[in-house]
Design a binder for this molecule. Structure first.
Ligand SMILES: Nc1ncnc2c1ncn2[C@@H]1O[C@H](COP(=O)(O)OP(=O)(O)O)[C@@H](O)[C@H]1O
Ligand SMILES: [Mg+2]
Length: 344
């Protein structure tokens, strides 16, 4: 008999997971603790090892060392049974180009042994109902991604694992996907998703792990991560004129982190110092048109933890203007691409 995990409150646990490809240590001692009911964000720059970790969790590749527990079961002992009821969206979902959207859903429903009655409902959920009978070969990258999302929801999974789910989606569909994640979570599904976009993790997740160069930088709640490095809130204000002069005034007044863009000024301040900033400006005779406070973001925290590597490694830190991935020609192949082929 297999030994049950002593911590049944966790949906996913990895313990000191290792995986190398030839000379590359893709995953280097990663231990994750995903509780039942979490919306868990797995964050890290491109190449950090997120996909490799996810594939090890799913048994799509064999780790060199370490353990994976799913729903309290040791996957090295239980195998397939531990992975029943998991919905998975691979990083670049690919499907047979000659099947229609509906046939693709049917194919996966059969593969998973779940009711085909859900296929239409799920196509509708991701906005593909009018493409039901169109061949996947005619789909844009975003539509293929949405079909992948629909496929992952078949059988009402108790665990959803999504690898960069918003990749290739325009903001409107990214929003739809976020709503689906929230809806699944409300129904009790544990959601684990990877992302290199800080803002979406911050928006959705209760728990976050940050991975960098194959190693876990931190695993904690979003609040604790932000609090942990005691980031100051930003005060953002707009003056009627002379933004540069006002910026200088604030620097002279002891505020070191001041940035000026036209007449908008951003200052890092302790909560207690906000009124001091306003006083300095008003006493110098400048009119403040409006101001607001922005709490520290996960983005700030991330940069605090891994510094310049964040940008060097490809993490996208501009939360205001999410850069869409370059549109690519969709490519189509077997539904389940093999990874072990390139795995030396
Ligand atoms: N099948 C593979 N063969 C060789 N190297 C790989 C393979 N998969 C991933 N790698 C390498 O492992 C590292 C981690 O990759 P990956 O897990 O895809 O990162 P992420 O998903 O965070 O972008 C990268 O350096 C990548 O080039
Ligand atoms: Mg990846």
């Amino acid at each position: 008999m297999t030994e049950p995990d002593s911590m049944p409150e966790f949906m996913i646990r990895t313990v000191d997971l290792h995986k190398s490809f030839k000379t590359v240590k893709a995953v280097n001692g990663v231990s994750l603790n995903v509780r039942k009911g979490d919306i868990y964000g797995f964050l890290g720059p491109n190449g950090a090892g997120k996909t490799t970790t996810i594939k090890a969790i799913l048994g799509l590749l064999n780790q060199d060392a370490g353990k994976v527990y799913l729903n309290g079961m040791d996957t090295s002992e239980v195998g397939v049974e531990a992975r029943v009821g998991i919905g998975y969206l691979p990083e670049r979902a690919q499907f047979y180009r000659n099947l229609t959207a509906y046939q693709t859903m049917e194919f996966f429903a059969e593969l998973k042994g779940v009711d085909k009655g859900q296929c239409d409902e799920l196509l509708k959920k991701v906005g593909l109902e009018s493409w039901r009978d169109a061949k996947v070969g005619t789909f844009s990258k975003g539509m293929v991604q949405l079909l992948g999302v629909a496929q992952s929801l078949l059988g009402d999974p108790h665990l959803l694992i999504l690898d960069e789910p918003t990749s290739g989606l325009d903001p409107r569909w990214a929003r739809v996907l976020k709503d689906i994640i929230l809806e699944m979570s409300a129904k009790g599904t544990t959601v684990f998703f990877s992302s290199h976009l800080l803002f979406e993790v911050q928006e959705l997740c209760n728990k976050v792990a940050i991975l960098n160069r194959g190693q876990l930088v931190i695993e904690d709640t979003v609040e604790n991560i932000s609090d942990g490095i005691q980031l100051k809130p930003h005060l953002i204000l707009r003056v009627a004129k002379d933004g540069d002069v006002v910026g200088q005034l604030l620097r002279a007044g002891g505020f070191s982190d001041v940035t000026v863009a036209g007449n908008q000024i951003t200052v890092s301040v302790e909560k207690t110092e906000k009124t001091k900033v306003l006083h300095i400006i008003e006493q110098a005779g400048y009119e403040i048109l409006d101001f607001k406070t922005e709490e520290p973001s996960l983005e700030d925290a991330f940069l605090g933890y891994i510094g310049d590597e964040a940008t060097a490694g490809g993490i996208q830190v501009d939360k205001k203007k999410p850069k869409m991935e370059e549109p690519e020609e969709p490519s189509f192949a077997e539904p389940v691409p093999s990874d072990e082929e390139v795995d030396a």
